[in-house]
Design a protein around this ligand. Structure first.
Ligand code: ADP
Length: 478
């Protein structure tokens, strides 16, 4: 549409300029005519030097389309009787007195387009030339063919009509080419992305080194795949760990039952086998309970029941509960607590957190050791420390101790006292749900120091841990 509009404007401009050209040419011819033509006694006299080729050519050209008539439309003759109307003008039609009158009455040149019998258009310029003696006006008209102009305009229109589809086609091709160029890398990325599945999450889409938006998209996508891979790996590890953890007590129960069935002969032997089997069953249900609780916690089903309470008192109560087992293990348990420390927390979860830390400290501190619990109230946050003089944790294991089922190799006693490896996962969740952070400082052979920071000013709404897959992930980032 725009191309047609532009073509129309161009055509108009060209037509106007061609029209102006032909009018200028006719004005010039008219000026020449006035120099060469005299009218005396109703006769025309052409004053020019016939031996001069320029002048002869000019007059010849002028007389190709011309007419000289009086007011009544009578065509004049020259001194030799030559009729003053050209053949072409004759075919345009002689001028009648009614057409002549307005021309003679006006001082301005008169312009009109007329067609011959065959339809050839001519631009006619007419005006007045006076008799030299009695100032009688005569009608004189000259003309030029408009065929060339029409031809030029026709050519232009044809060319433009031919150009429009060519321009459209070129535009389409160019658009297609550019779109293809721009989309090829996107398609490559999509194909690479399609090759990535759950079983080959290690694949990455190579960046093109262009540092453009697409490279940024690829890098973002790769990071997302990395997170997915981590989650998948954690999920696999988790399944392996769970099956392993469940298999151990099941195998033990089975063994005890076999003993009872095939080898035990005395009541004591039966009783012992049954007791062992019962203990393993207890461990089994302990694992299942803990797992259930943990998955509820991480999926957001375990909402915190926060109340404002005195943390000092809460910690003192838990410390009291641990005094007897600590005495039995000959480990000194001391607490340094402020008289009061108000905080909005979930009592049960915070008790569970302190218990887990205290039972770990007891488990990994040999007889004669010491565990110190302290609470400090600092601007806006509370810091709880559980310091022991136990075996400590090597730096390499520190990032993993909050993962489920992770137990530092060599730390654990086997048998019913063996930990589940879930205690610190709970601690991590509880701290995070309260909007706090937990960190560990530990020196192997000297002891460990677990430091929990909880905000007290602004209570935090617990949220499920965001994960890329619907499987609970590890908590080692806490
Ligand atoms: P567990 O049931 O085995 O105690 P946790 O998740 O509570 O599981 O702890 C994970 C591992 O971290 C423990 O098995 C132990 O190896 C290590 N650990 C935790 N607390 C201490 C500590 N106070 N001293 C030394 N090692 C510890």
């Amino acid at each position: 549409m725009m191309l047609i509009g532009v073509g129309g404007v161009f055509r108009q401009k060209i037509a106007a300029s061609l029209d102006q050209q032909i009018r200028d040419a006719l004005d010039q011819e008219w000026a020449g005519l006035r120099g060469y033509l005299r009218i005396e006694n109703n006769r025309t006299i052409w004053f020019y030097d016939r031996d001069q080729p320029d002048e002869s050519f000019f007059i010849e050209r002028l007389q190709r389309v011309y007419e000289v008539a009086d007011a009544e439309g009578r065509i004049l003759s020259d001194e030799r009787g030559g009729i003053q109307i050209s053949e072409i003008y004759e075919s345009l039609g002689r001028d009648t007195p009614t057409r002549i009158a307005p021309v003679l009455n006006s001082k301005q040149p008169h312009w009109e387009v007329r067609k011959t019998a065959k339809g050839v258009p001519y631009l006619i310029r007419s005006g007045v030339i006076y008799d030299e003696d009695d100032r009688k006006p005569f009608f004189v008209a000259i003309g030029r063919s408009l065929v060339d102009n029409q031809h030029i305009l026709g050519q232009f229109t044809l060319t433009w009509i031919a150009i429009i589809p060519a321009v459209i086609l070129t535009g389409c091709l160019l658009g297609w080419f550019l779109a293809a160029r721009a989309l090829t890398p996107v398609l490559e990325v999509a194909q690479a992305a399609q090759r990535i599945s759950g079983s080959n999450l290690s694949l990455r889409i190579p960046t093109r080194g262009a540092a453009d938006e697409l490279d940024y998209l690829i890098a973002t996508f790769n990071r997302m795949i990395q997170r997915l891979e981590n989650s998948f790996n954690q999920m696999r590890q988790f399944s392996t760990d769970v099956s392993h953890e469940l298999r151990t007590p099941i195998t033990a129960i089975r063994g005890q039952l076999e003993v009872a069935l095939f080898t035990a002969s005395t009541v004591e032997q039966y009783r012992e086998a049954m007791l062992n089997a019962l203990q393993d069953t207890e461990r089994l249900s302990q694992i299942v309970r803990a797992l259930l609780l943990l998955s509820q916690a991480e999926s957001g089903q375990l909402a915190l029941q926060k109340t404002r309470l005195d943390l000092s008192k809460l910690v003192a109560d838990v410390v009291d509960q641990f005094q007897i087992p600590y005495e039995e293990a000959r480990v000194r348990l001391t607490a340094s607590l402020p008289p009061e420390c108000s905080a909005e927390v979930d009592r049960i979860q915070i008790e569970r957190m302190v218990s887990n830390l205290l039972s770990n400290a007891l488990k990994f501190t040999p007889a004669g050791g010491e565990v110190r619990v302290s609470l400090e109230n600092d601007a806006g946050s509370v810091e709880l420390r559980v310091e022991d003089t136990g075996c400590g944790i090597a730096t390499a294991h520190l990032p993993h101790i909050f993962d489920r089922f992770y137990r530092v190799p060599g730390h654990d006693a086997s048998g019913p006292e063996r930990g589940l490896g879930l205690g610190l996962s709970f601690v991590a969740w509880i701290v995070k749900a309260h909007g706090g952070v937990v960190r560990v400082e530990s020196t192997p052979g000297k002891g460990s120091n677990f430091i929990v920071s909880l905000p007290v000013a602004e209570p935090v709404v617990p949220t499920a841990e965001p994960t890329d897959v619907a499987v609970p992930s590890g908590m080692n980032e806490l």
